[in-house]
Design a protein around this ligand. Sequence first.
Ligand code: SF4
Length: 491
Amino acid sequence: MAVNLQIPEVEPREQRLGSVISFHGTASECYDKCRDKGLHMRDRSFSQNGGCSSSTAFTTDCSVRDVAVVLHAPIGCAGDFGVQSYNLTLGSAARGLPVHNLWAICTNLSERDTVYGAADKLRDALREAYTRFNPKLIFLHTSCVSGIIGEDIESIAEEVEEELGVIIAPVYCEGFRSKIWSTGFDATAHAIMRKVAKPVAQKSDNIINVFNFQGSHTFNAILGKLGLVPRYLFPFATVEDLENMPDALATTHICETLGTYVSAALEEEYGVPEIKAPTPYGLEWTDRWLREIARVTGREHLVEDVIASEHERIEPQLQELRSFLSGKTVYVLAGDSYVHSIVSCCRSFGMKIAGGTSYHHDQVYDNDYGEVNSLGNMIHITGDVQEYTICNKQPYEFISLLRDAHPDIAILRHNQISTVVNKLGIPSFMISDPNQIIAYDGLIEFGKRVAETIQSGRLVKNIARHTRFPYTEWWLSKNDPFYYERGEANG
Ligand code: SF4
């Protein structure tokens, strides 16, 4: 078991989970190799872009209500303040919450600070955040620079916390510590588990923790059928929600990549069971997820009727969509587990998987239950994927992969990639809110969007005719997307 809340920093995924950023083969080959952590970190000698744990951590915690974030970093690391402010205001308005800009401050570390340290600057920034925003909690984010200069974050946080009387939770998310940007999810979860979550005197009899991004409240309806109430975490949760996480009947999530570290921590520290089932994407996965929730919460007497009536309700639309989508080819690109979830949805409509690319892969999870292994669930419940790759978002690689596969549609989770895919003349559906396609109603919604997107094929073919990629003929005619893969970097 890898969860250790006694130490301030979560161990990066490479070390904890044997995570990798490169593989090509079949999904089952990947799965077989992972069973004894047989994949090794392979770097690339050419990289067009990358991600950062700091940014991922920020996405996860900056929209918790009544919190401020102090980022101890050069100003360039605050490049995502703008987009997160936009998400916060939009998400707050959609939920009928008070709308305000992001409560975040960057210490703007300078070259001089890297020589002499910037402890006073950090103290001042924490005080300023407290005075300006009056938050109930301050997340203190680190960066590459604060890590390299060895700033004593723990001591400063404790000192200012005592002075101001507000919780200060350090989030250790230096970008250089991990090649896997999802380590940032764990950094936030670790900070919250260590500094905010509290033992509770009494367990709830109906609350389920649901870890998600800033998604819509689609879990209300499906969990409500079993008399359960979702507590959405972390975005837009209250500080009290974070404190009370241990009182829940169980923990579930929309994605193993996002939710399994915090689920394991809640199970180990507070005995909150992690739901041992696939996520509710696609017909069969949703059935299994509901049955497991019912088993854990003592609602088994209700669940079969719910499943039967939901199947009956969606059957006409499901059949109509199947008659259009069955046999259509799809390429899926997304974060690790989310690829498997999208494949599950596609196969519920009889679509053919032309290929799948995930941006990294965790060979194990913190609670290494077979039932939450999304790659295993994809293979064993829905079938193998012959063209399966792991690529950390390098456009030059996935352009080659997509040109070879030439699917009827590509389904993705990131809008920048959607733009690149459209330029190849391939229609793309970008899932901006994963909550919208959960369970039975979500599956129908997914099918409708996919069908609409395929029907927009002429538009993207026009776009492709007027697009030139910045790649040389040498690269475009090369039949080896993995040309720049290096040998084993470590492990
Ligand atoms: S990788 Fe380091 S320097 Fe770059 S944004 Fe992330 S924390 Fe800042």
